[in-house]
Design a protein around this ligand. Structure first.
Ligand code: B12
Length: 210
């Protein structure tokens, strides 16, 4: 396996100017796009998380790292397709209220879109009523909820409760994900599916839409 240390360091160091070139270099060297994403970019964000927790990195630096990751993903985007676009479902996706993390959610959105499904990405900090409104307005088949904080995980349950109360529960499949989310949590709050990464999330969405 190629050494992704240089790429990891570029993300961690927030090298906005250099990252796209480095990702391209890894591709030119024969690297696989999803391996570069996982080993080069996402793995770096895990290290950023550890340093954040230990107080060795602060919010502005984490934001620079996040932006660098985004620039790297842009280069990989055309190569990360999960099969050809043949789906026909409508998907509403967002990060739940109180939570501002969107890198993983945007990756999931991008991969689902590449399956040919119609994706409405609502953004971050989305209250339950906005999810409900969007499911109704877009006539969605699938709703995807993302949360990265243990403190916002209960908001996933509140969002599902609001969907139930709105009478729309039978119309949509509900998928949940984000680093602290587990299959057992998904079962506990009444979601239909959980996936640990964007690739499996898109395969699951495609299955639900079929
Ligand atoms: C980047 C980052 C930030 C950035 C976010 C920038 C942005 N635009 O997203 C900023 C600086 C804003 C930030 C802020 C904060 N953060 Co922060 N952050 C991170 C960090 C380092 C990386 C997250 C990330 O992008 N990972 C990479 C992506 C690709 O992975 P992912 O999100 O997990 O997504 C994948 C899967 O989970 C899945 N997935 C994701 N969503 C969905 C949805 C569905 C439906 C499905 C099926 C799958 C799925 O697919 C994705 C792709 O494979 C994490 C550490 C970590 N390792 O997670 C901490 C982390 C999440 N943050 C943390 C904290 C504490 C905070 C703050 C409270 C810090 C503070 N004191 O202010 C604030 C909270 C702000 C808020 N209200 O949301 C803690 C959370 C701890 C906890 N137990 O809750 C972490 C774990 C860091 C740590 N170790 O302490 N953060």
């Amino acid at each position: 396996m190629p050494d992704y240390k240089e790429l990891n360091d570029a993300v961690i160091g927030g090298d906005l100017a250099g990252i796209a070139g480095m990702v391209q270099k890894s591709l030119d060297a024969g690297g696989d796009a999803s391996e570069i994403l996982n080993q080069g970019l996402i793995a770096a964000m895990d290290i950023v998380g550890e340093r954040m927790e230990s107080g060795d990195m602060f919010i502005p630096e984490v934001l620079m790292a996040a932006q660098s990751m985004g620039k790297g993903v842009e280069v990989l985007k055309p190569l990360l397709k999960e099969g050809e676009g043949s789906g026909s479902g409508k998907v509403v996706i967002g990060t739940v209220k109180g939570d501002l993390h969107d890198i993983g959610k945007n990756l999931v959105s991008m991969m689902i879109e590449s399956c040919g499904l119609e994706v409405h990405n609502l953004g971050v900090d989305i209250p339950p009523e906005d999810f409900v409104k969007s499911i109704r307005d877009k006539n969605a088949d699938i709703v995807c909820l993302s949360a990265l904080l243990t403190t916002t995980m209960p908001m996933m349950k509140q969002t599902i409760d609001a969907i139930v109360e709105s009478g729309l529960r039978d119309q949509v499949k509900i998928m949940v994900g984000g680093a602290p989310v587990t299959q057992s949590f998904a079962d506990e709050i009444g979601a239909d599916g959980f996936a640990a990464d964007a690739g499996s999330a898109s395969r699951m969405a495609k299955g639900f839409a079929a």
